[in-house]
Every structure is written in C-alpha cells, then in structure tokens.
Design a protein around this ligand. Structure first.
Ligand code: ADP
Ligand code: MG
Length: 185
C-alpha cells in the first residue's frame, strides 16, 4: 500500500477496505472506521500537484455541501493530496437507468436532479462533468447524489440545468436519453 495512504489511514483511525477506482487524476479507496462506517478516500495520482485535484475537489465540494449537495466532505489533507468524504452506497446513474427503474421512481429522480442542478446554478458552481457516461451521478435509495467536483468551477458560465436536461432528455444520439424517454413515455 502507498505509504501516504497508510499514514493518512493511521492519522484518521481508519481501516483500508478496498480500492474502488482509478481515474485519470486520482485513486479512489474505500475505508471504514472502527464503528463500521464507510468513507471514500480520493487521492491524487500524480506526485506533482499540477492538477490540484485535492484543492479543487475539496473547495468545490465544500461549496456544494453548503447547499446540501454532494457527498459530505470530511477532510482535505493538502500535503498528502487526499480528500476524505462520505461514502455513497448505491450504483452509478448509467447502471441504474438500464436496470429499469419505474416511471414514478424515474420521475422523482429527474425532478430531484433538476432541483440540484438549479441550486448549483444559483450559487454559480458549474460542475463541468455532469453529462457523458453518467458516472458522476450516483443513485442512493432512488435519489441522485452528484459526485466528482474536481473539474467544477465558479469562474465559468453555469449551465448545470441545461446540461442535465440535455443529457437526460434531449440528447438525440444518447442511449441514456432514449432510455429515460422510453420509461417516461
Ligand atoms: N463518495 C463516493 N461514494 C461512492 N463512490 C464514489 C464516491 N466518490 C467516487 N466514487 C466512485 O469512484 C469513481 C471515480 O470517482 P470520481 O470522483 O468520479 O473520480 P474521477 O475524477 O476519477 O472520475 C466514481 O465514478 C464512483 O464510482
Ligand atoms: Mg468521475
């Protein structure tokens, strides 16, 4: 195990559970405390701090948390390049949608996601990666939780709502929009 991760786990009194994912700029790990509560550790992949994942993710997630959005941010260790956050138990949106949710369930989900996008627009935080594969929207108990705020910014024009609506409902070539429209009828 990476020594930085080991030190961080010791410091936070957490236990390593498993590796979740390896993205372009970070490693994602699942950890738990002695009570059995799970946490996600997002650790910058590169030794260089060029990508500033830890700063960006923590600063933007903090802003989102301020309006009740995203997994709760628990810690940002900028020396170790690690962000500690709430573990969202569930599947990613692209898996969930193809597993065939009910019409009522999907309606509620879309409404809630539109609400969250509007709230982010209102505070001027553009997420930047809401569309695409649907991997930055997790589904917990049928409700959306937006993750991955690393590329979010307050310095761009905000279009979270239009991106979400395009992605979910209007993208003519998108398998996801086709599926959503097929369920909603
Ligand atoms: N808080 C979380 N709870 C549960 N799973 C998470 C959480 N954060 C990230 N993941 C999982 O790890 C993957 C990669 O994390 P993400 O923050 O999107 O990093 P990347 O920048 O590599 O895309 C996500 O698609 C999701 O499956
Ligand atoms: Mg991501």
């Amino acid at each position: 195990m990476h020594s930085t991760l080991k030190e961080f786990l010791l410091k936070k009194k957490l236990f390593f559970e498993k590796k979740i994912d390896r993205g372009f700029s970070s490693h994602l790990f699942l950890a738990r405390n002695k009570k059995g509560v799970f946490f996600v550790i997002k650790m910058e992949r590169h030794d260089s701090t060029r990508f500033k994942m830890a700063e960006r993710e923590s600063e933007n997630l903090k802003k989102a948390n301020g309006v009740g959005i995203g997994p709760k941010l628990f810690d940002a260790d900028l020396e170790k390049r690690i962000v500690l956050m709430e573990f969202i138990e569930g599947s990613c949106f692209s898996e969930w949608i193809f597993a065939g949710p009910s019409k009522t369930g999907l309606k509620r989900f879309v409404k809630e996601l539109q609400r969250q996008a509007k709230v982010l627009d209102k505070i001027g935080l553009d997420h930047g990666q809401l569309a695409g594969s649907g991997k930055n929207i997790l589904v917990r108990k049928g409700m959306p939780v937006i993750i991955d705020f690393e590329k979010a910014s307050c310095n761009r024009k905000c279009h979270n709502l239009s991106v979400i609506e395009g992605f979910l409902l209007r993208n003519p070539k998108g398998a996801i929009a086709a599926k959503v429209n097929a369920i909603l009828g």
